[in-house]
Design a binder for this molecule. Structure first.
Ligand SMILES: Nc1ncnc2c1ncn2[C@@H]1O[C@H](COP(=O)(O)OP(=O)(O)O)[C@@H](O)[C@H]1O
Ligand SMILES: [Mg+2]
Length: 248
């Protein structure tokens, strides 16, 4: 006869995030889960930019997306970033199904969960570094008094605590990209999405930006980097290769 109090618990146990835990812990749940994702641009003629993409990305991982020009990398990043809606399939972000969200709900989820870094920096030229970095906080409705200290902390974390109140136009390319990284992380997003973040940088500045991105991974964020550069892909935990809209 078994003692129910001492025996293994039958049925699912509720995990810390409210989800069922079956068996021993297998690491953190994926923050990104895509299943059967397709994206067709209507055209004419229609372009099948993504076909049956299934992948997942866990917190604390650096994922690289590589592949030839026109293969669908930017489309994949746009779908991951909730900037574009897939034609088919399921995309869960932090376990939440994003596929049927209203435009307003997608925007809110994007603002709270994601940070973006682009090849061309996309900083606002007439704002100072602090003001640029604080922009995601404005969108999130963080009160004015709390924005500056958070933006300053983010700029300090990328080594730019001495460039707070200058305009990004007075900075070097490497410094501008570090401002962009600060802007991408100021609201502590779960996922940072980067499209060719080192594409405009020399070797030393590329390495510095990659050091920052791997530092985020060490803080349990998921970082996704589209890249052409083998040195960048070599630092990833996982490389997704996109060819003709398919991921392997
Ligand atoms: N807005 C769009 N409308 C129509 N076709 C598009 C659009 N954006 C991208 N495409 C097409 O989708 C395919 C994948 O493009 P993209 O994702 O930009 O590739 P990559 O980033 O790998 O170069 C290409 O054939 C491209 O021409
Ligand atoms: Mg592209």
């Amino acid at each position: 006869m078994t003692d129910p109090a001492a025996g293994p618990v039958a049925g699912p146990v509720v995990g810390p995030a409210g989800g069922p835990v079956v068996g021993p812990a297998v690491g953190p749940a994926p923050v990104i889960e895509m299943a059967g994702i397709a994206k067709t641009y209507p055209g004419p003629p229609p372009v099948h930019a993504l076909t049956d993409v299934t992948l997942d990305i866990r917190p604390g991982r650096l994922a690289a997306i590589v592949g030839p020009s026109g293969s669908g990398k930017s489309t994949l990043l746009s779908v991951l970033g909730l900037l574009d809606v897939p034609t088919r399939g399921r995309y869960l972000l932090q376990g939440r199904d994003t596929t049927d969200l209203s435009e307003r709900a997608r925007t809110a989820l994007r603002a709270s969960t994601l940070g973006f870094v682009f090849q061309a920096f996309h900083l606002v030229p007439h704002l100072t570094c602090v003001q640029n970095v604080a922009l995601p906080l404005v969108h999130l409705g963080v009160p004015r008094a709390r924005r500056r200290p958070q933006a300053v902390a983010a700029l300090e974390s990328v080594g730019l605590g001495h460039r707070l109140d200058v305009r990004p136009t007075t900075l070097s390319g490497g410094e501008r990209q570090r401002v962009a990284v600060a802007r991408a992380i100021v609201h502590r997003p779960a996922v940072v999405l980067c499209d060719e973040p080192t594409g405009n940088l020399d070797t030393a500045n590329s390495a510095r930006v990659m050091d920052l991105l791997t530092g985020l991974v060490a803080q349990d964020r998921a970082v996704v980097v589209v890249t052409h550069e083998p040195e960048v892909a070599a630092r990833a935990d996982r490389v997704f290769k996109v060819v003709d809209g398919r991921v392997s």
